[in-house]
Design a protein around this ligand. Structure first.
Ligand code: ADP
Ligand code: MG
Length: 736
């Protein structure tokens, strides 16, 4: 620390209000204790989740301004954020649409004729008087085009004495645009904080300065909760050093490392946050596990009968995950397991086997899917497998109303229905289960975590929870799975059923539509079936359905010999169902569909897929779609009928899809292209809400954090609640 910062720190501590007894922990010290944090400011901070001084310290700059970059007025460009040394020419009140103080500035040494205008909407006599024609001033702000030329609105100001002795700047600053950075010129990199209306950067800097001063005075106010022994041999800075560096970087700090958040100081904080998050999830899980569950060891009879009935051998991967699930079900603790497997890896039969074991133990089983289409698909599979075994699956969807619905609800509540398949209608408040033992949820990422927890609660009887199996085809990269789904155990089906061939993927510009048609005709002629997928037009469901209707009509004209079906999102399930069934039964050659077929449709004879305007879709979605073909033994083809010109990103996506067949690698690339929030969906990513860390960028930290959290939990249990408090303030509903 430099001497000047020490002085600044000492000065700042003196201005802290109400410093009665020395604070023990900044995590417990409310922001109101700081100067400038009155009720209105505190309320705004509260809305950002900042309540304590520790919260403030964890509010890191978004970026840094380089105030050492001075620019001559005749070199200025709109959009720049720069410092300017200038001479004051005039200062006048301008009575326009909005009264303003307008100040004209020129280059100080040699007037090039270029002007920079300063515009102030809020000003008083004292400020006006400071703009003495001929005097020097340093300003910092964003340059923008104005009515008279380039201007800055409410820039930060530093007045120089009239004789321009620059080493003797006047210390007085206009209070509205005062900047601590200008007070302390040693700060080459001035932090810019993420903010909200009514909280100025100057205020942020002042609040953080005060917090840093407190920390400087009494480093023990923010205790190091990660034992040194754990962090060794990774030479990361201490918590205090890291915070100081990130808030007030010295001029020689590598800015790109800071901005890209690769700097060890940032990594130190992110690691601690990830550890805290892992701990919070561990605690949450322990609580759940403590509540207990009915063990469902089964008898093996139904499972064996089902195995004999399906007509194929389970893959090794399926058998392995099934063992994991079977062991979980037999335990008196609720299973919380995520079953991850690429499209077509055969998750459904695994779910059915788990259901069979639960049924053997006399428990009720609920299987839930996010869309009716997908739920119907599961219903069909479960009927095929369970009816011969003497179990008729019940069906509950949103369309069930009135008496029909009541009958279903009664069956569930009275134990007459051991097996139910449905949509989120199963979540509703009036649905009660007699003895729900196993909940299976498909395509978890489409449900919010809230819903998942609600279903958990549903089965809760005498403090016991149902076992839970969550299936996802979204191949979430491990680092993300570990944060977003850290409350779940993970089983991965990392093998496809034998005989599957990678889907040959070809990108074709739409000018060659004729060739595509010929190919489609040839495929149909040889007895194959095909999907024709219409993608979303400008986020409009209606337009997408229209596009699908048009495409179906056109195909019917061009391929008069083929039987063409249409399904889209605006059709009622009762209208869609017969079309899907007809396609599955081979009574249709081509199924024109909107992206509703993305999940779950399983027709092994379909070996050709044409996706119109694939450039509109994300990689993961394209991969899911493509997974609808290549499910049988026939070599399958996916034609990406794109509309040129492609953006470079779209080009990258299609190229990747052509070359890559592993859902995991594709998801990884997709994450890089789009970011975690989008891959998981906003609701889901709320689950993994992290202030600083990013599970993708900081993926190495994630696995390290997981290990460290386990160690810490064992060796220093007393630190666990404190770490959670510091980083995960709303821990009770954190995981919900
Ligand atoms: P997903 O994991 O995408 O949900 P499905 O469960 O729909 O995959 O399975 C895809 C297809 O593979 C189905 O037709 C299913 O019957 C079949 N299948 C599943 N497991 C095997 C296996 N071990 N051998 C052969 N076919 C299998
Ligand atoms: Mg599936």
């Amino acid at each position: 620390m430099s001497a000047s910062n020490d002085v600044a720190a000492a000065g700042a501590i003196a201005i802290v209000k109400k410093n009665a007894s020395p604070p023990t922990d900044l995590t417990l010290m409310p922001v109101e204790q700081l100067r400038g944090a009155g009720p209105r400011v505190s309320e705004r901070l509260d809305r950002l989740g900042i309540r304590s001084v520790a919260d403030l310290l964890l509010h890191l700059p978004l970026r840094y301004q380089d105030r050492t970059r001075f620019c001559a007025i005749n070199q200025l460009q709109a959009g720049q954020e720069v410092s300017v040394h200038a001479r004051i020419l005039t200062a006048d009140i301008h009575q326009g649409r909005r009264r303003a103080l307008l100040v004209a500035l020129a280059d100080p040494e040699r007037d090039t004729g270029a002007r920079l205008w300063l515009r102030f909407f809020h000003f008083g006599q004292p400020l006006m008087r400071r703009f003495e024609p001929g005097a020097g001033v340093s300003v910092f702000g964003e340059v923008r085009p104005g009515p008279k030329g380039l201007e800055m609105i409410h820039p930060e100001l530093e007045f120089l004495a009239a004789d321009e002795t620059e080493d003797q700047p006047s210390a007085e600053l206009d209070h509205e645009s005062a900047s601590t950075a200008l007070e302390a010129p040693a700060l080459a990199l001035t932090p810019v904080y993420p903010t909200t209306e009514g909280l100025s950067q100057a205020l942020w800097r002042s609040l953080i300065d005060q917090s840093l001063a407190l920390l400087h005075e009494q480093p023990e106010c923010l205790p190091a909760l990660l034992p040194e022994s754990l962090l060794h041999p990774r030479e990361l800075p201490t918590l205090t050093e890291a915070l100081r560096l990130l808030h007030r970087p010295s001029p020689d700090t590598a800015t790109d490392e800071l901005l890209e958040r690769r700097h060890p100081a940032f990594q130190r904080l992110a690691l601690e946050e990830l550890i805290a998050q892992q701990l919070a999830l561990r605690v949450f899980r322990e609580q759940l596990r403590e509540s207990g569950a009915s063990p469902l060891p089964g008898t093996g009879q139904l499972v064996a009968a089902l195995r004999a009935l399906i007509g194929f051998e389970l893959t090794q991967a399926q058998a392995r995950v099934l063992d994991e699930i079977a062991a979980d079900l037999a335990a008196p603790r609720p299973m919380l397991r995520l079953l991850q497997g690429d499209v077509g890896s055969g998750k459904t039969i695994v779910a059915a086997m788990a259901a069979a074991q639960a049924l053997e133990s006399n428990a009720q089983v609920a299987l839930m899917a996010p869309t009716e289409l997908l739920a119907e698909q599961h219903l069909r599979s479960f009927r095929r497998w369970f009816v011969p075994l003497g179990f008729e699956p019940l069906w509950l969807a949103g369309r069930h109303k009135g008496a029909e619905r009541n009958a279903i609800l009664n069956a569930l509540a009275s134990d007459a229905a051991p097996l139910v398949v449905g949509t989120h209608a199963l979540f509703q408040d009036d649905v009660h289960f007699a003895r729900l033992g196993l909940v299976i949820i498909d395509e978890q990422h489409r449900f919010g975590v809230h819903q998942r927890l609600r279903l958990r609660e549903k089965g809760q009887r005498d403090g016991r929870l149902p076992h839970q199996l969550i299936m996802t085809a979204t191949p979430i990269p491990r680092s993300l799975a570990m944060t977003a789904y850290a409350d779940l155990d993970l089983s991965v089906i990392d093998e496809l059923p034998p005989g599957r061939q990678p889907v040959q993927t070809i990108a074709v510009p739409d000018a060659r539509r004729g060739e595509v048609m010929a190919r489609l005709r040839a495929a149909c002629d040889s007895g194959r079936q095909a999907y024709w997928v219409c993608t979303l037009v400008e986020e409009s469901d209606a337009l997408q359905c229209q596009a699908a209707e048009d495409a179906a009509a056109e195909l019917a004209r061009e391929l008069p010999a083929q039987r063409i079906g249409l399904v889209h999102g605006r059709m009622k399930p009762a209208e869609r169902e017969p079309v899907m069934s007809a396609f599955a039964a081979g009574e249709l050659d081509v199924l024109v569909a909107t992206t509703v077929i993305e999940v779950g449709v399983d027709v092994p004879n379909a070996s050709l897929m044409i996706i119109e305007n694939p450039e509109r879709l994300g990689l993961a979605q394209l991969h899911q779609l493509r997974g609808r073909v290549g499910r049988g033994l026939i070599e399958s083809v996916c034609l990406l009928l794109y509309h040129p010109p492609l953006t470079s990103q779209a080009f990258e996506r299609l190229k990747l899809l052509r070359e890559e067949h592993s859902g995991f690698k594709i998801a990884d690339a997709d994450l890089r292209l789009r970011g975690a929030g989008e891959v998981l969906g906003t609701r889901q990513s709320g689950h993994a809400r992290l202030r600083l860390a990013d599970p993708l960028r900081d993926r190495e930290l994630v696995s390290r954090a997981r290990e460290l959290a386990a160690l810490l939990h064992r060796q220093h249990p007393e630190l666990v609640p404190r770490l959670i408090d510091r980083w995960v303030p709303q821990s009770p509903d954190f995981a919900s």
